[in-house]
Design a binder for this molecule. Structure first.
Ligand SMILES: C[S@@+](CC[C@H](N)C(=O)[O-])C[C@H]1O[C@@H](n2cnc3c(N)ncnc32)[C@H](O)[C@@H]1O
Length: 279
């Protein structure tokens, strides 16, 4: 990977974010951050990072818009259908076979960088379908964590626009119809029985203590923003967070680099699914 240079005023802007919001973007990839901040430079009609830095100092309300721009939370239900087909057909059946063999009823899933919750609800629907009435025998919790409070509020509310389901296949669409109420005005709301399985909360994967005893961690389309050192620091944490043989699921363009590869075994190369090694 080429070393990406940072503009000193971009550094100053990010330092201000760290001071005011407690979020450290210093190990995010500068090219991506630069583009996101540049979008705010253009929208506030400044010429460059230096002018924008001055603007930010005198317009405290701009910090919220900047945060929105930095936390890119594009997501969708069943994003990358092959990945969710593999979760449905391989990962979930194998996980519950193991639980049966271990006589364990605790199931913990973590969608790290969950944005507005679509990924976490997608996994919930697949697990609930797999278990049917046996779901009641399990203590299932699906955690969704993020640093974007607006996205988390949406996840907690569980209300989505119909447009978000438009690209789904017919069978996934039918699934959504069973798990969400059509509340009119082209809006859908998660049915009352499901929020009890979900736990959406603010959590910064860089600064906060990682969750523990996870069976599956999905961390998709977040590492693209991190430099490799930071990716590997986070992967070390995930290794500790996972139960033995636990699954790690990365985004389509994300992969493992360097010595961390020894800590995970490839499970499905195309779907970017790994299994914790050793332990
Ligand atoms: C592009 S979204 C990915 C959403 C979902 N995982 C998916 O693949 O569709 C990336 C999310 O990571 C969140 N994020 C960025 N830095 C984070 C951090 N340090 N800790 C937790 N979440 C973070 C962003 O706020 C954003 O919602």
């Amino acid at each position: 990977m080429k070393t990406e240079k940072k503009n000193p005023y971009l550094d100053k802007i990010l330092e201000r974010v760290r001071r005011e919001r407690g979020l450290d973007f210093s190990q995010y990839r500068p090219a991506i951050l630069g583009r996101r901040v540049m979008a705010r430079v253009a929208l506030t009609k400044r010429d460059d990072f230096e002018q924008y830095y001055a603007y930010l100092r005198f317009h405290p309300e701009e910090m919220d818009y900047l945060m929105d721009s930095l936390t890119i939370n594009v997501t969708e239900f069943f994003r990358d259908s092959y990945v969710f087909d593999t979760i449905e057909k391989k990962v979930i059946p194998e996980l519950f076979e193991r639980k049966k063999a271990l006589a364990s009823n605790l199931v913990h899933i973590w969608s790290c960088g969950s944005s507005s919750g679509e990924e976490a609800y997608s996994v919930l629907m697949l697990i609930a379908e797999h278990l049917g009435s046996k779901l009641a025998n399990y203590n299932l919790k699906i955690y969704g964590t993020d640093i974007d409070s607006t996205a988390l509020a949406k996840a907690n509310e569980g209300a989505y626009e119909a447009a978000q389901f438009k690209r789904l296949s017919e069978s996934r669409r039918q699934l959504v119809d069973r798990y969400f109420h059509d509340i009119g005005n082209k809006r859908y709301w998660i049915r009352e029985e499901w929020p009890a399985y979900m736990d959406f909360r603010y959590h910064d994967i860089i600064a906060d203590v990682a969750l523990e005893h996870m069976d599956i961690i999905l961390c998709r389309n977040l590492f693209i923003y991190f430099n490799r050192d930071l990716q590997n620091q986070v992967l070390e944490r995930f290794w500790h967070s996972l139960n033995n043989g636990g699954f790690l699921i990365l985004g389509n363009v994300e992969t493992l680099y360097g010595s961390i590869k020894e800590k995970f075994v490839e499970y499905d190369t195309k779907a970017k699914i790994y299994v914790k090694a050793g332990g």
